[in-house]
Design a protein around this ligand. Sequence first.
Ligand code: SF4
Length: 321
Amino acid sequence: MIRVSAGTAACFGLSNNRMDAYPTTAYLLSGNRCLMNCAFCPQGSGDGESFKKLGRITWPAYPWSAVEEVLPAAEQKGIKRICLQSVRHREGIKPLLELIGRLKGLSTLPLSLSAWISREEEGSALFDAGVDRISISIDVVNEEAHREIKGGSLQNRLNLLLRCAEKNPGRMSTHLICGLGESEHEMLALIDKLLQAGITVALFAFTPLKGTPMENQTPPEKTSYRRIQTGHYLLQENLSSFTSFKFSDGRLVSFGDLDEELTSLLGDGDAFRTSGCPGCNRPYYNERPGQTLYNYHRPLKKEEKEKALRDLRASLSLERI
Ligand code: SF4
């Protein structure tokens, strides 16, 4: 059996669910119970219902034979990449090596892996097995919150990620979740450091899920998320530098000289689209259809661009954007 995100299953016709938006990456999930016990995630100690979810998304299990049948035709369904997500297995990376071999036999699409690895050598073994990109998820950016929410040391995970990036230039990604006790200064300082090391950053908004210890906590404010997306975009596109951003009590208050140019720089709306590996759009991972989206899985409509820019302007107290 292998777990398939509800959107991916619908895209492949494995379910009859009608979706408001379809993924451009095929998302698969390896494993059931996770050895980690992150307080925001139901895959560790979540109860029966919540255990079905990762983010807002459900991941029903399908027999391998069903996936084997549909995956070779993924490109015809608009799929540009396969993403294998994995719980932390008791057996380490062994089940992943086997699964990667099978997936590579079914499709020539690039394969991303988001998994727990403990050593650089494990990363090398996974690349040798045919993985295109590996994500080591940092998730929680504040050191103290990281220890409380994920357990273990933020610095150790970061060091491993940086060593892997040095060894495998341009092939490492990470997931960062906004709204888990970090300041905007901490988030953007880390984004800057990661981008400078050639690491791709995928931004997420914390999503409280029923059945987890954090179910009653609140997601980040949209305006705060827009400031982080904007900072990430300006740094990623080499349009600005972290040192020119201005903060007050940890909150971003200005992009410096670029404040007056934001309308033209962000006019296409790309800053507010899903970030991460090429081709990854993660529809509705953090919010319900119909709500203002944290991450747009498609190009923004004119009114959506205008609203995102308006909200950003109001939050920076600019007179005009
Ligand atoms: S950014 Fe997207 S494709 Fe890459 S590892 Fe994360 S979820 Fe998978």
